[in-house]
Write a protein that binds this ligand. Structure first.
Ligand code: ADP
Ligand code: MG
Length: 250
């Protein structure tokens, strides 16, 4: 679904990503791991259109999307969780979900906020979808809570819910488990699995929690020092000397 072909990016003299190629297959939950500074987030930023690559191409469904801005990728169903604007802390969880379809037009936040009042009044369909998402994620009890009062893990669930309000088909998750407690981590993992199985979402997930990666992802790509050094199932990678070396050497 997503083809990354020979992508490189330097910041000044630092080669953050060097000639990386791999494919995220449709329907997969593909993992991306590697020590800090390996270039994982930079690669995500390139795929999501946040920064252009120095070299290489990105294709989505066989179409070249290199250099397309995030809102155009949005329309093609490719989203990065944190590219959706951060939650509005003084709006409720349900309102935070309802505002997303407005933001999809590539509008500024202010424009989408102004449109929001109209949407809440007029669009029962968006309200229905928001309630369905709350149900799916089992956070219906938080619907009227101000988003600012949520825990870190609950905000991650809200983030996932916000992608569900779009027509996303491919979702890039950068460390969904970071700062999330065990209980909510299980819930988050389950939501990702169900979105994959029941809704056909394709995921590419950067994560440091190896148990979470092992549970969710196959295959897993390993980056170190800007390069792709190995790939395969987590089982095989756990015994791969290049991978062990990369982590020990960091
Ligand atoms: P990872 O996500 O794997 O931890 P990053 O992609 O964030 O790694 O970073 C890769 C390297 O590029 C790091 O050395 C980081 O300091 C550097 N880097 C990332 N973004 C920038 C930037 N905007 N300007 C300069 N250096 C950057
Ligand atoms: Mg990172």
């Amino acid at each position: 679904m997503i083809e990354i072909d020979g992508v490189s990016k330097a910041f000044g003299g630092l080669q953050a990503v060097h000639n990386v190629s791999f494919t995220v297959e449709r329907g997969s939950i593909t993992g991306l791991i590697g020590p800090n500074g390996a270039g994982k987030s930079t690669l995500f930023n390139i795929v999501a259109g946040v920064i252009p690559p120095d070299e290489g191409r990105i294709a989505l469904d066989g179409q070249d999307i290199t250099g397309l801005p995030p809102h155009q990728l949005f329309h093609r169903g490719l989203v990065r969780t944190f590219q959706i604007p951060h939650e509005f802390s003084r709006m409720t969880v349900r309102e935070n979900l309802m505002i997303v379809p407005a933001g999809q037009q590539g509008e500024s936040l202010l424009q989408s906020w102004l449109r929001w009042a109209r949407i809440v009044r007029q669009d029962r369909e968006i309200l229905r979808r928001a309630d369905e998402v709350l149900d799916f994620l089992e956070i219906g009890h938080l619907a009227d809570e101000l988003a600012g009062n949520l825990s870190g893990g609950q905000k991650k669930l809200l983030d996932l819910g916000r992608t569900m309000m779009t027509d996303a088909r491919a979702v890039l998750l950068d460390e969904p488990g970071a700062g999330v407690n065990r209980t909510l981590l299980g819930k988050l993992a389950e939501a990702i699995e169900r979105l994959n199985r029941e809704r056909g979402y394709t995921f590419c997930v950067i994560e440091h929690d190896m148990d979470l990666i092992a549970r969710l992802c196959d295959p897993v790509m390993v980056m170190a020092n800007g390069e792709l050094i190995a790939s395969g199932s987590m089982e095989t990678l756990r015994q791969d000397e290049r991978v062990l070396e990369a982590y020990l050497g960091s």
